[in-house]
Design a protein around this ligand. Structure first.
Ligand code: SF4
Length: 64
């Protein structure tokens, strides 16, 4: 699984970072960044889904 954050949609609520700090960071502008080039370890896939489902801007896409 791979996380892609659409920086144009991201409004910097930081919910993703709060829910899954192992997978996300926030840049100087408050925009979310997927850590590790977006690669999601198998044990964190559930957290990735949780973060994507809780993004109010639908800015997080999960690719297989
Ligand atoms: S929850 Fe969505 S809008 Fe908020 S920082 Fe994360 S990607 Fe951006």
């Amino acid at each position: 699984m791979r996380i892609v954050v659409d920086a144009d949609k991201c409004q910097g609520h930081n919910r993703c970072f709060a829910l899954a700090p192992e997978l996300f960071d926030v840049d100087d502008y408050g925009t979310a960044i997927a850590l590790n080039d977006g690669e999601v370890p198998a044990e964190l896939e559930e957290k990735a889904r949780l973060a994507a489902a809780n993004c109010p801007e639908f800015a997080i896409t999960l690719e297989d």
